[in-house]
Design a protein around this ligand. Structure first.
Ligand SMILES: [Zn+2]
Length: 477
């Protein structure tokens, strides 16, 4: 007897969209079959007639609130339970955090990463893994070769910054040099990893802070001029050149400017495995929103940009210049999010993790006519491929984990905090949505079903990752 059958829905699979029944045994999908062709009973049947059945969302970019290194306001951001609970309600079943692999004392990178992932045990409602961050001052000729060990241990994504934080006392130094980037990319190219890059030109950014101080343009809404389009343009192009020379796969995190999208598109058109992530915040708001009295809630680094940039981000997601739609999730209270009011202390991150799947469906599929296949690509399948979860995650296919989200396209509502499960504010409050995830399963277990919640913080697991060699050789779409 089967454990679960999802019947009658429009199912988005790697080979197309159709009306199929999805059969689940244990933690895996065992069949995607024509309606009525199933001749086995099931413990539980979910009727998905009129609904859309997609692989559970994969959130490529979150910052979980421990260990808490870079907040000005102390340990304020949401922990693993809070973020993963909101993710799950919103149809996301796997998420990525960041672990700092390089320690100032020169300790072993794999140990550092395991120390970080140990903190998640019994505290996650959904599956997870971490990107391994290399910070400039502690990146050495001794620990760069350990990237090989990280990759073979199931952590093939390395995160780096080409800029530092705002000039303020005791800021941690994150930026790596171009020389360090070359050595890191030589390792990822050789051993099958990918580099995720926060790309801004530090010389421009830090100079712009000085200019802004001089001109007394110090309110938070001047950030788009400091974290400028030119800064993204130069840094993205520079890192892409290093990738092209070394043969490493890479992607730009939170692409915010049209220049960034254009640079990525150019390299992809030459056949390089270069990709781009953007975030829902940058796709939903623009620099005019910053000027609202509490407009700091629309900020995460680098910055929200102009309306023209916002439209190019959607265009990039549509055409395949950008292939990951993430959030840069950080859960804070409204008070914490709006306390910093200057270009050096405004709080980064945003509470978008719960609404990502629904708002993306509403904005992309309903409003802009994006295909269901493309919607699944940017919210689940492509992050799964680029980060090495695929085909275990990101696909409704026999053998894949039964991580399934059922979206009811008939739900029409204006978002209120009553719909949501994280924090006391949300930048998308008042946003009209059409379509909402009503059922979510994690490895075969029904976690959310029409408002009922069956998940537990012991359900989430650390998932070892390996990127398919084909993903590392040419651009995916
Ligand atoms: Zn981030």
């Amino acid at each position: 007897m089967l454990d679960l059958v999802i019947k009658g829905g429009r199912v988005v699979t790697p080979t197309g969209v159709g009306e199929w029944d999805v059969a689940v045994q244990g933690e895996r999908i065992v069949g995607v079959m024509l309606p009525g062709s199933l001749n086995e009973d099931a413990q539980k049947t979910i009727d998905a007639t009129g609904k859309i059945v997609v692989p559970g969302g994969i959130e490529a970019h979150t910052h979980v609130g421990f260990p808490h290194r870079d907040q000005i306001w102390g340990n304020v951001t949401a922990g693993p339970e809070d973020l993963s609970l909101a993710a799950l309600w919103g149809g996301t079943t796997t998420m990525m955090d960041f672990a700092i692999a390089t320690q100032p004392d020169g300790g072993d990178v794999l140990e550092a990463v395991h120390r970080h992932t140990d903190l998640f045990k019994d505290r996650m409602y959904i599956d997870y893994s971490v990107h391994c961050s290399f910070h400039g001052p502690s990146t050495t000729t001794r620990n760069i070769p350990q990237i090989k060990d990280l990759i073979s241990a199931g952590f093939p994504s390395i995160k780096v910054y080409t800029t530092n934080h705002a000039p303020r006392p005791n800021r941690p130094i994150t930026m790596i040099s171009t020389g360090q980037l070359v050595s890191i990319m030589e390792q990822t190219a050789q051993h099958g990893g990918i580099v995720a890059i926060h790309a801004e030109d530090d010389e421009i950014v830090q100079w712009n802070y000085e200019v802004a101080r001089e001109k007394e343009e110090w309110a938070w809404y001047y950030l788009p001029e400091i974290r400028s389009n030119l800064s993204e343009d130069l840094a993205v192009r520079r890192t892409i050149r290093v990738a092209e020379h070394t043969g490493s796969a890479m992607y730009i995190v939170h692409t915010s400017a049209k220049e960034g999208v254009n640079a990525i598109a150019e390299s992809r058109s030459k056949g390089f495995p270069v990709d781009g992530e953007t975030i829902l915040l940058y796709c939903s708001f623009n620099s005019e929103n910053y000027k609202e009295p509490d407009g700091m809630k629309y900020h995460t680094y680098p910055s929200t940009k102009s309306e023209g940039d916002r439209l190019r981000l959607w265009d990039g997601l549509m055409r395949g210049d950008l292939n990951i739609l993430a959030t840069d999730a950080i859960g804070t209270s409204y008070e914490d999010k709006t306390r910093g009011r200057t270009v050096v202390d405004v709080q980064g991150g945003n509470i978008g993790i719960e609404i990502r799947m629904a708002v993306a469906y509403s904005e992309a599929v309903v409003q802009q006519g994006m295909s269901l296949e493309r919607y699944v690509a940017i919210t689940s399948a492509n992050p799964a491929k680029l980060l090495g979860f695929y085909p275990r995650k990101g696909a409704i296919a026999p053998g894949s984990d039964a991580d399934i989200t059922i979206i009811d396209p008939s739900v029409k509502k204006t978002l209120t905090m009553k719909d949501l499960h994280l924090g006391d504010y949300n930048p998308w409050e008042g946003w009209p949505v059409e379509g909402w995830p009503t059922v979510v399963t994690l490895r075969g277990k029904v976690m959310v079903e029409n408002g009922a919640f069956m998940g537990s913080p012991a359900d989430g697991r650390l998932i070892p990752r390996k990127i398919d060699p084909s993903v590392l050789k040419r651009p995916i779409v």
